[in-house]
Design a binder for this molecule. Structure first.
Ligand code: CP3
Length: 371
């Protein structure tokens, strides 16, 4: 494991069974090289001293310190306030000792930034005042430029300085998932308007997704330029599509985003219920394939030809089960993950708001103790 012995960061020195400091950088910035972290190394398919672990939605309502900080501030307002973004992003890292921070933001932030009338309603999700249905609507979506999101640059720069050797993950929504919110006007179980537009006006659909790919690529590049160590492309709802439609209507646009990022930082590609699309999503230009809880990591490795590091995949609902159940399942997932060139432990989707945060901390300790 060349390169590891010379590194003295908390990440690299944590051995199975050793105490992992929960707050190595609470007050003072810590120097260090996040590219040598377990997370980035695993994403690059290299051996690591322990399986790195973080949780989608690790920042958020499961943490009382988050709920307290958010009182009186709307979600999108919080996302545009660098001091709040910094603090909220650090909260789960301090508390759980996870191997990465994920920028506190939202997939609709760049859409709001270019001027769309969009809000995040608690308990519902993103709501769009005037949904996209026609070519004239598409003309209402300007390209994103870095000047639209100065607060992202500021928050990422501050976070990178404070996090030291702990990597910060940046992210964006993928064109399909962003398009779904814009076309449906809000969350949808059926994605009926989106599918109707995709099939009914393929040229408008293509141009909409091309615009969203530009926005997603620029949003990611702003985060990369400010210092994130990895990025995740969330195509949360694309599992609603049959494979043929994915390949024809979506894959080229997601590929454009992942290709624009290129080799700068590892790229994680994730969606929910995407077992049937997994190989195509990996081959679209990902370095790591995210796996939701419906598919075992063993099957995920097989479906992607054993060529990709995997991320996942504990069912977030299982965190409500008795500890021995969680322990057994976590151990099994870590074992299955060894079949891949690299494994980043995560949930199969985001932390549910009612989750007991002490259970999350225990999961981190368990994953680290398994080596
Ligand atoms: O900790 C992290 O994971 C980083 C922060 C993050 C948020 N949203 C914060 C957030 C990330 C990575 C996202 C991405 C996101 N946003 C996705 C992709 C990930 C996924 O879950 O599949 C999607 C689909 C969205 C859209 C969205 N925003 C939804 C569905 C919701 C939940 C609505 C609700 O109230 O249940 C949001 C709001 C949101 N984004 C919250 C947080 C912490 C909750 C709002 C709050 O705390 O008031």
């Amino acid at each position: 494991m060349a390169g590891w012995d010379s590194v003295t960061t908390p990440d690299a020195t944590t051995q199975p069974g050793s105490e992992r400091p929960h707050s190595p950088y609470a007050d003072t910035p810590v120097p260090g090289d996040p590219t040598q972290s377990a997370l980035v190394q695993a994403a690059r398919g290299r051996t690591t001293p322990h399986t790195p672990v973080w949780f989608m939605r690790q920042a958020g309502r499961s943490l009382p310190e988050y709920r307290e900080l958010r009182v009186g501030t709307g979600m999108l307002e919080a996302c545009a306030t660098p001091d709040l973004v910094t603090e909220i992003t650090l909260q789960p890292v301090r508390r759980h000792g996870v191997d990465a921070a994920i920028l506190f933001s939202d997939i609709v932030v760049p859409l709001k930034a270019v001027g769309l009338d969009i809000d995040i309603v608690a308990g519902t999700g993103p709501v769009v005042a005037e949904p996209i249905a026609t070519r004239a609507d598409l003309d209402r979506i300007p390209e994103l430029s870095p000047e639209h999101v100065p607060y992202i640059t500021e928050a990422v720069s501050t976070l990178v300085a404070q996090l030291g050797s702990t990597p910060l993950i940046g992210f964006s929504g993928a064109p399909f998932t962003l398009a779904s919110y814009l076309v449906e006007g809000g969350p949808s179980k059926t994605h009926q308007r989106t599918k109707a537009l995709m099939h009914g006006d393929p040229e408008l659909w293509r141009d909409l997704c091309a615009r969203l790919a530009q926005i997603a690529s620029t949003f990611l590049q702003v985060q990369i330029d400010a210092g994130v160590s990895a990025v995740q492309l969330f195509d949360s709802w694309v599992g609603a599509l049959p494979r043929a439609d994915y390949l024809r209507f979506v894959e080229p646009h997601s590929r454009a985003v992942l290709t624009a990022v290129g080799e700068q930082v590892p790229r994680i590609h994730f969606g929910v219920g995407t077992g049937e699309l997994l190989a195509d999503m990996a081959d679209a230009g990902a370095d790591v394939i995210g796996v939701d809880y419906r598919l075992s990591l063993t099957d995920a490795v097989e479906r992607t030809g054993g060529r990709y590091p995997v991320q996942g995949n504990l069912d977030p609902a299982l965190l409500f089960a008795p500890w021995p159940v969680i322990e057994e399942r976590v151990t099994e997932i870590v074992r299955e993950g060894r079949q891949a060139p690299g494994h980043i432990f995560n949930l199969g989707h985001g932390v549910l708001p009612d989750t007991d945060p002490t259970v999350l901390t225990r999961v981190v300790e368990l994953v680290h103790s398994l080596g």
